[in-house]
Design a protein around this ligand. Structure first.
Ligand code: HAM
Length: 416
């Protein structure tokens, strides 16, 4: 039997209703903040991710699904959406001298080692704001995410971690200080960190190896190297978050695994998910639009992992149907089909499920019960002749009624 690819999941009908509920809550919230949806391809030129996410990041070095197409062009399944959003924004002139608030939702692909909360195909909501340098937009997006947790009713609060990476120049100074520090402690570095010391020393701080934590804790702090402009921006943002009553902790080791960030970076972290604890992450990337060929444009955004978010929510029990129609005899199937159509016309807000199985009444009743329907409508030969319908309450103790076809709608209006 052919099975799905490792790390790529099917979402079965028992969970899709919950996914739709979360997606709808997200769409509704984004509209209330004035964000508009953008859709772009799943496949892009590999070059796009190399130039934005960065050549020496885990994503580009070892996690992309890259292949040559029939024309020998190198293409990659998108590992993230920010680079693609910027590419599309520049290509269609959305970013030139304009303010944009955009979002996208869909699958992303990374060849990581699959485990709970980490998949090779996963789903992100990405939210990106362009053209705004003021920390108010950083604060708006953090407030938006906080409101989302509240509206989804997360069982446990997430922790907001905050840091600032400063300007490119400030980061270069900091990088030099880090290289000096870690070079002096070469013997204590693990293999990954030794490699990163040469390629991307900031990423050493991101190490999940407990043996590295002491060394990392004592390393020079990024916040001590901030340029004055980034420092003012960060102070203003912290003030805004405090005024909006959003709690946060400063995490000087938060550097993010993608190269395009500068200034503010943040992550929302759960205490429930072990190693894959980051639900939502993002920050400022003021250089990326220009780097990809556009005019200099300030930008801020985040992405959240839908699998991780949904794993933190209790799925509400949702009924598949409100009304379930049963045929007590095969001769009534056409009448029942027409009745279902008539009810769908009159009650567009109700879910109406027609039993087409031709099975015994007993097993039809079993399915009616499983559907979660409140009401069962049954027609048999007898009712067909007399133009009547049996109405039975499935969720409360109530004697069943026999109603005429003419009375049925009035009756249902009273119930729903
Ligand atoms: P990221 O930190 O690479 O950032 O991913 C954002 C979120 O996607 C993570 O916090 C996590 O919830 C989810 N995620 C990432 N990889 C996986 C995986 N293998 N399995 C399940 N979930 C995963 C970005 O992608 C940036 N584009 C965020 C951003 C937008 N920055 C600015 N704008």
């Amino acid at each position: 039997m052919i099975q799905a690819i490792r790390g790529m999941n099917d979402l079965l009908p028992n969970v899709t209703a919950h996914w739709q509920h979360v997606e709808n809550t997200i769409r509704n919230l984004l509209a209330r903040y004035g964000y508009q949806e953008i859709r772009f391809p799943i496949l892009e030129k590999t070059e796009l991710f190399k130039r934005s996410v960065g050549e020496v990041t885990d994503i580009v070095e070892k996690e992309m699904y890259t292949f040559l197409d029939r024309n020998n062009d190198s293409l990659s399944l998108r590992p993230e959406g920010t680079a693609v959003c910027v590419r599309a924004g520049i290509e269609h002139g959305l970013l030139y001298n304009q303010l944009q608030r955009l979002w996208y939702m869909g699958p992303m692909f990374r060849y990581e080692r699959p485990q709970q909360g980490r998949y090779r195909q996963f789903h992100q909501l990405g939210v990106e704001a362009f053209g705004m340098a003021n920390p108010a937009i950083d604060a708006e997006l953090i407030c938006l995410s906080a409101r989302l947790w509240q509206e989804l009713g997360l069982r446990n609060p997430l922790q907001l971690q905050l840091n600032s990476l400063g300007s490119q120049a400030a980061r270069a100074n900091y990088r030099a200080a880090l290289v000096q520090y870690f070079s002096a402690h070469q013997a204590q570095l693990d293999e990954d960190s030794k490699r990163r010391l040469l390629t991307n020393p900031l990423r050493i701080l991101d190490s999940k190896n407990p043996a590295m934590s002491e060394l990392n804790a004592a390393a020079p702090k990024l916040l001590d190297y901030l340029d004055p402009e980034s420092e003012t921006h960060f102070t203003q943002l912290r003030h805004m978050l405090e005024s909006a009553k959003i709690d946060y902790v400063l995490n000087p080791c938060l550097v993010r695994g993608l190269d395009y960030y500068n200034g503010t970076v943040f992550e929302w972290v759960s205490s429930e998910l072990g190693a894959q604890a980051t639900i939502c992450a993002g920050g400022r990337y003021d250089g990326l639009v220009e780097q990809l060929g556009g005019k200099p444009t300030p930008a801020f955004g985040f992405a959240l992992g839908l699998e991780r978010l949904i794993s933190l929510l209790s799925a509400p029990a949702t009924a598949q149907a409100d009304i379930y129609l049963l045929a007590a005899d095969t001769s009534v199937q056409t009448t029942l089909l027409l009745l279902a159509e008539q009810l769908r016309q009159s009650f567009p807000q109700l879910n109406i499920l027609l039993d087409c199985s031709g099975a015994s009444l007993k097993s039809q009743f079993k399915r009616a019960d499983q559907s979660g329907a409140k009401i069962a409508l049954i027609i048999g030969e007898q009712e067909l002749k007399q133009q009547q319908i049996v109405l039975k309450h499935l969720r409360q103790e109530c004697p069943q009624q026999i109603v005429s076809q003419a009375e049925l709608e009035v009756c249902l209006k009273r119930i729903f």
